[in-house]
Design a protein around this ligand. Structure first.
Ligand SMILES: Cc1cc2nc3c(=O)[nH]c(=O)nc-3n(C[C@H](O)[C@H](O)[C@H](O)COP(=O)(O)O)c2cc1C
Ligand code: SF4
Length: 371
């Protein structure tokens, strides 16, 4: 069933969730390898997809081969895939990312990573011998806001009609939302609404500059998996209407931060249950479509989730990485030909393996991990 957002038709409710493959060129431009990868995903039949992790700042980098979007060369390199998607009537969006304290100092020429309150991330600290963070000043906040606005302008320049803000998984915008990482006592901290202020201002600033026909989506961290110490879905009761009023058109719920992400690498039913409940909670506060990505393995399961009213749209990252044609094969009754994801989480682990510096798969012959 299609979905209509800001006058655009999304041909179905299944999307390829953002997946940083670390296959961009070293200057952050879109590479031929990425083009081939996304061509496969587009041909596989999803309604829309988001090109992941386009960093808004040269001082916010996680992988040397990550996508970046802070100059016009990077923007123009996206045009070819955007045009291809338009021809296939599939919407392709760009995810704008600031890694915050979950970046790598080694790749930012020693610049300290920006965080709301200087709380380090244990996972990244272990990976990066030069890991250092600092507390953002009010001036930093204005600079980063301007970086998001510029990056959104560059996204539009590439021709895309969908921009996604990465406000989940412990990265900068998500870390402002979380009581575990935002200990500020100024206007950007103190309670859930104040912690949401930075994101709100970023949304307002972007909406004030982009075209009214461009969709703005939020990848929202709805539970850090840290219990009461972190973000929980009920933190957003007041914020969701404010984000909508500021111009958000779609919300993609996500859970976990870098230090808890390993719970998503298996396929534990209690993790799915938490994600479904958190998504439903956000949906109860929202009037715009709300979806999620996490642990959905098949089209049949996605259809059940939609039929049960848990979400308005459903994402798959690993299942579609394992088989780019999973959707088409399922719709044509060719389930027996699908390369099913093993849920071993090895693609996650590749991201932190210096031997690879890119993501591979165990079952997809196109991206087979070298032995
Ligand atoms: C290798 C890998 C890279 C990922 N990169 C990103 C990313 O760049 N941005 C993002 O928002 N999520 C990223 N994710 C998270 C996925 O979007 C998704 O939330 C997560 O994998 C759970 O969905 P799944 O169970 O369908 O894989 C990544 C996941 C994997 C496995
Ligand atoms: S590497 Fe493993 S978990 Fe990742 S997509 Fe492939 S089979 Fe699935």
């Amino acid at each position: 069933m299609p979905m209509y957002v800001r006058g655009h038709k999304l041909k179905n409710r299944l999307f390829f969730a953002p997946m940083g493959l670390d296959l961009a060129n070293r200057d952050g431009t879109f590479s031929d390898e990425l083009f081939e990868f996304y061509r496969g995903i587009i041909n596989g039949g999803c309604g829309f997809l988001v090109l992941s992790n386009a960093s808004v700042s040269q001082y916010s980098i996680l992988q040397p081969n990550g996508l970046r979007l802070f100059n016009e060369t990077q923007s123009l390199s996206l045009q070819k895939i955007v045009r291809l998607a338009q021809e296939a009537q599939t919407l392709v969006g760009v995810q704008l990312q600031h890694y915050g304290g979950q970046g790598v100092t080694t790749y930012t020429r020693g610049k300290e990573l920006l965080t709301p309150s200087g709380v380090p991330c244990a996972t990244l600290k272990k990976k990066d011998s030069r890991y250092r963070v600092r507390v953002m000043t009010l001036e930093d906040i204005e600079i980063v806001k301007a970086q998001f606005v510029e990056s959104a302008r560059l996204a539009e320049l590439s021709g895309t009609k969908l921009i996604q803000l990465q406000a989940s998984n412990g990265y900068l915008l998500g870390s402002f939302q979380s009581p575990a990482t935002n200990l500020r006592t100024d206007q950007y901290g103190g309670n859930a609404v104040a912690r949401g202020r930075f994101l709100l201002e970023v949304i307002q600033a972007i909406r004030a500059t982009i075209s009214t026909s461009t969709m703005l989506s939020l990848r929202l961290g709805v539970d850090d998996y840290l219990g009461d110490k972190g973000t929980v879905a009920t933190d957003f009761e007041t914020l969701i209407p404010m984000y909508e009023e500021a111009g958000i058109d779609l919300i993609e719920a996500s859970i976990c931060v870098a230090d808890t992400f390993s719970v998503l690498t298996g396929d534990a039913p209690e993790v799915s249950a938490l994600l479904h409940l958190a998504t439903k909670t956000i949906k109860s506060y929202a009037t715009v479509p709300v979806g999620f990505a996490g642990l959905v393995r098949s089209v049949e399961q996605a259809e059940e989730i939609l039929a049960n009213g848990i979400a308005d749209f459903v994402g798959m990252a690993r299942a579609l990485f394992a088989d780019n044609d999973l959707i088409i094969k399922s719709l044509n009754g060719r389930q027996d030909e699908i390369n099913w994801c093993l849920w071993d989480g090895k693609c996650f682990k590749d991201k932190h393996n210096p031997r690879y510096q890119r993501v591979y798969c165990c079952v997809n012959p196109k991206y087979k991990r070298p032995e």
